[in-house]
Design a protein around this ligand. Structure first.
Ligand SMILES: [Zn+2]
Length: 91
């Protein structure tokens, strides 16, 4: 049964490494509810590259705090989420 324990641990680790996190700099944009960056093996958020869509796991080309590509991705691929985020931005 030791093998079962090992498998479970590996699955848990994989789930952790698949989690996405917002940039370390606290950007106020609501898009970070829908996009995020992975952490590296040491738990450091890789927020210098392109963020990943939490919904479809695609990597979106975006530089720094430029979120227009992210909004465009939501609009094109997840219209329901885009509508949601627009409501949020109006507050
Ligand atoms: Zn997506």
């Amino acid at each position: 049964m030791l093998h079962d324990c090992t498998t479970m641990t590996e699955e848990q680790q994989q789930r952790d490494s698949n989690a996405l996190y917002p940039p370390k700099k606290r950007l106020k944009s609501a898009v970070w509810d829908y996009f995020g960056y992975p952490k590296d093996a040491e738990g450091v958020i890789q927020d210098y590259g392109s963020p990943f869509c939490k919904t479809c796991r695609k990597q979106i080309a975006a530089r720094g705090s430029n979120t227009s590509n992210l909004l465009q991705h939501l609009r094109d691929h997840h219209p329901a989420l885009h509508a949601e985020i627009k409501v949020g931005l109006h507050i």
